[in-house]
Design a protein around this ligand. Sequence first.
Ligand code: GCU
Length: 677
Amino acid sequence: AEDGYDLWLRYEQASEDLRPDYRKQISAIAILGDSPTIAAARQEMATGLAGILDKTVTVGTSVPRGNTLVAGTYDALSDLDLDRADVGPEGYAITQMRRDGRILTIIAADSDIGVLYGTFGLLQHMLQGEPIAGIDLVSRPATQHRLLNHWDNLDRYVERGYAGQSLWDWHKLPDYRDPRYTDYARANAAIGVNGTSLTNVNANAEVLTPQYLEKAAPLADVFRPYGIKVYLTARFSAPIEIGGLDTADPSNEEVQAWWEAKAEEIYNYIPDFGGFLVKANSEGQPGPQDYDRNHADGANMLADAVAPHGGIVMWRAFVYAADETQDRAKQAWEEFVPFDGQFRDNVLIQVKNGPIDFQPREPFSPLFAGVEDTKLMMEFQITKEYLGFATHLAYLGTMWEETLDAPAQRTEEGETLTVTDMMVSGNDAYTVSGMAGVANIGTDRNWSGSIFDQANWYAFGRLAWDPALDAETVAREWAAMTFTPDRAFLDPVVAMMMGSREAVVDYMTPLGLHHLMDTGHHYGPGPWVDDLDRPDWNPAYYHKADEDGIGFDRSSSGSDAVSQYAGFLREEWDDPETTPDELLLWFHHLSWDYEMRSGRTLWEEIVHHYQRGVDEVEAMRETWDGMAPYVDAERHAQIADFLAIQEKEARWWRNACLAYFMEVSGRDLPDGYEAPP
Ligand code: GCU
């Protein structure tokens, strides 16, 4: 059944105009070498080509006669006397050449994992409907750590997960290795993901007990041939909870010794264990500040424990405390910048893309330009906690591209550096950088809760591999492999994807508004909520609408969060006249009558955006209705049904927000707009 299980590994046969050529150029196949990773490459190549070429395929272990596809490390291919491309430890090169009257298509790499990535690379090239004659490409990742973060609890409940239960079946592990674990590894290797943190950042210390380590080990075994390392979340108070100590103070020697022994124990179960992901002193989680120590003290203690084994610590910068009366958007910067340069080499500070929390639109986090001697990792949220869960279609590639490409800093020479530049800066950028994506994966047959949410998993992997890729290219790749490379389908569908996130911004939180979602679950509108104990969990705290105006003043006359950005941005964003419309109410509190660039008043502009969001979803439905000839009935119908939900809920968002703002402001709808019921 076309239920979406195969993701981007559907291996549909190539079109009539490509298949004969492919077949001619690949009459025999060999992958040289001998390791579990090479075996995985052989298996993938056989499965993939059998589908694409629509014939039985065997993949040999030595170079055969005829037009041959041959893959291996440069060492294994030494007989061919190839020019070595600079592919790095994980990259690959694909070339074609003529030798003794025959065509050789060659995938070469420095490592076995590079050969596997190259195998996926060639298969994807074909699945995207590209000819292979004269192929000549080199691909290597720009970042070293490309991780999924699963927010999965040990009882299999997935925090902010909208795609079923956790994939990790702790009850049947370690003895039953669900074949789905292998498919998970294949799908991830296909997009270059090389690490997975199995457990929730709101961590349960139990996962560090031998009973669970024994179960995590076989997952690591299954993932290993696919180049994927396992990471675990470390609850800072674990020495108390499972270690019998009466403190977790990082300066206490017993505590340090406990973590060292714990690391040793973990590496006995998982020899290539990646390291720890830590949420500390945030939203009630324990951390070093409980003992009057700082983030560097905490992170360094854990880093020292895993360092002898080659592990890393990803210490999250998502911190804000309940008793803070100040602007939450400023807190991470204030807690981390003073410790710049004090973190160990194997510590990466993992920073959410925006300063608040995965909103449909935020400016980039000022931390990306705030430190010089601290390694930073990007954290994106693939699961759509604030963008309509699994039913709303929102392609996040555009959102991530917006962050990665955002100008963040200016050098003395006047050169502008983007967020990506800041993230991968340093002499050897590759070894100090990473990107994490909060996974949207669960036990649903289609893995992600909807077909189009698969695109977000895909885009995360691609952008982690190469942050310079543009979102449209990535959307095209995905849509071609998930549906069809037929342009009559791709052009409209990719255009629909490209506009989809902006539609969500429009009908939920336009013009820099944020956190209007109903509290707790974060689904649907709740701008009126103002009665939670924690002020910073109330939507009203963020929009600050009253009869005079709306918006959060973060300018120098307000919370001054703008001062955490580089000079050129500070200047631009401190003044509403020069602040881009998209961020206007993020940085400014303005009168409803404020005159916008469009000539409308702010109130009219808000109404205009909510309406535009609804119109856009209507247009998306129409586009999708026209795609029926290109898509199997099962997937077409489900997507159409979800789009109908999205349209209904876009209206709900528009009506609820506008009704509330009308009441607060005492204003009517401008002429020509539908009145909320
Ligand atoms: C969000 C989310 C929480 C999560 C937190 C985090 O606030 O709602 O469920 O724990 O982010 O990133 O730690």
